[in-house]
Design a protein around this ligand. Structure first.
Ligand code: NAD
Ligand code: GLY
Length: 383
């Protein structure tokens, strides 16, 4: 097992992330260690699909540690991460009579984690919760850092809070049952973290993907554990330095750099009404676009761009995007909700492993259009 500590300014001032094959069996004792002695009830929130795979084992581990466990299953899918489901989740917490000392356990991908985490953040003005992420994306990114939210009609994650989990239990075995597209999405987010984090993390991720193509898929348990731990440690370091994503920060260690690839990704998702791309897949395209812009602005050299592009290609097949209208995507980019003071901030690369935040006004329309076209051509050649 690997262990990573996430430091926070909130109380308690840190929490542990336990990572390894079979970590689910430790859920009870991890929860016991992370919660107060007064915690008696656990409300497990998941969906039918994940609960069928890992629910019994999770509930058993919690019961063995002495907790009363009740569970509630939300509908599966991004479109259910909304206020209506939140209301139902809160009704469940009330009917299960959870007290302030009790806790929620989120079992599933980022959708279950974000929704259950937000329910825990607002129920009785905030109770403890434990994340048990079962997708690669949630393991390397969503479960760590305390961002919890639901979507609104006007856009994704518009209603939310910062509410850190008391512990995160990552059983790397759970990704064996993940559909291939979910793996691709998770690898794209992993490449993203390497690209902005450090050359070492990027190389570790890239080498894993290269070797995985040669070996049996889903194999190589030990190096997967180490890789996920390194990804989590990177995310923890960014969160510790900029917990609430300070809007005034634009430096290369600000939390904002985690949005590398996200400006185009959000536009692609919105332009296709969230039906075509898994979020991580759209980030795959977004990184190629940001890479092309970085190269055209003279920040990233050709070899850096080629390496980034090869890493994205190794994440898996991306849905097609070359049939989408450039004008529509450019229009959606200009509406990005992450803008500050009315202006977009692009996360670009100076080199692999170092991000640079650039004001959108420094990127003219022609350059953006050319970058978009070049990135889509690159992606279709990669197929
Ligand atoms: P998801 O939660 O929808 O999971 C993807 C699919 O995989 C679902 O159908 C789910 O039921 C299924 N699944 C989950 N675990 C499985 C397993 N082990 N085996 C088989 N199937 C399994 O999607 P996701 O990609 O995990 O998360 C995306 C969400 O995460 C988005 O809502 C996004 O906004 C959010 N997110 C949050 C943060 C954050 O910091 N809070 C960061 C990144 C993404
Ligand atoms: N996934 C981006 C963040 O946690 O800030």
């Amino acid at each position: 097992m690997q262990r990573v500590t996430v430091k926070t300014a909130a109380r308690p001032s840190s929490y542990k992330v336990i990572i390894g094959a079979g970590a689910l069996s430790l859920l009870g004792e991890v929860a016991q260690g992370a919660l107060t002695v007064h915690a008696r009830r656990i409300a497990l929130i998941s969906n039918r699909k994940v609960f069928k795979l890992y629910g019994a084992q999770s509930a058993e581990a919690l019961r063995t540690a002495g907790f009363d466990v009740a569970h509630w299953l939300m509908n599966d899918g991004e479109r259910f991460k909304n206020l209506r489901t939140l209301k139902r989740a809160l009704a469940f917490l009330m009917s299960a009579r959870l007290e302030r000392s009790d806790a929620v356990v989120a079992l599933g991908g980022g959708v279950a984690g974000d929704l259950a985490g937000f329910a825990a953040a607002v129920y009785l003005r905030g109770i403890a919760f434990v994340q048990v992420p079962t997708t690669l994306l949630a393991q390397v990114d969503a479960s760590v850092g305390g961002k919890v939210a639901v979507n609104a009609d006007a856009g994704k994650n518009l209603i939310g809070a910062f509410h850190h989990p008391r512990a995160v239990v990552i059983d790397t075995d759970t990704i064996r049952t993940l559909p291939l597209r979910e793996l691709t999405a998770g690898w794209c987010e992993s490449v993203k973290q390497g690209a902005v984090g450090s050359k070492e993390l990027f190389d570790m991720t890239y080498n894993f993907l290269r070797r995985e193509a040669e070996d049996e898929k889903h194999a190589r348990v030990e190096s997967l554990e180490r890789l996920i731990a390194a990804q989590v440690a990177f995310k923890a370091s960014i969160v510790a330095g900029d917990e609430r994503e300070d809007v005034t920060r634009t430096d290369s260690r600000s939390r904002r750099i985690l949005n590398f690839g996200h400006t185009t990704a959000h536009a692609l998702e919105a332009a296709t009404r969230y039906r075509r791309f898994r979020h991580g897949e759209a980030v795959g395209y977004g990184m190629l676009v940001a890479g092309e812009i970085s190269k055209r602005l003279g920040l990233l050299d050709r070899s850096g761009l080629e390496l980034l592009s090869d890493a994205v290609a190794r994440c898996g097949r991306l849905p097609r995007a070359d049939d989408l209208s450039e004008d529509m995507i450019l229009g959606a980019i200009s509406l990005d909700k992450k803008s500050v003071g009315g202006h977009l901030k692009w996360v670009l690369l100076e080199r692999i492993g170092r991000a640079r935040v650039v004001d959108g006004r420094e990127i003219d329309k022609k350059l953006l259009r050319a970058s978009l076209r070049a990135a889509f051509e690159r992606a279709s050649k990669n197929k």
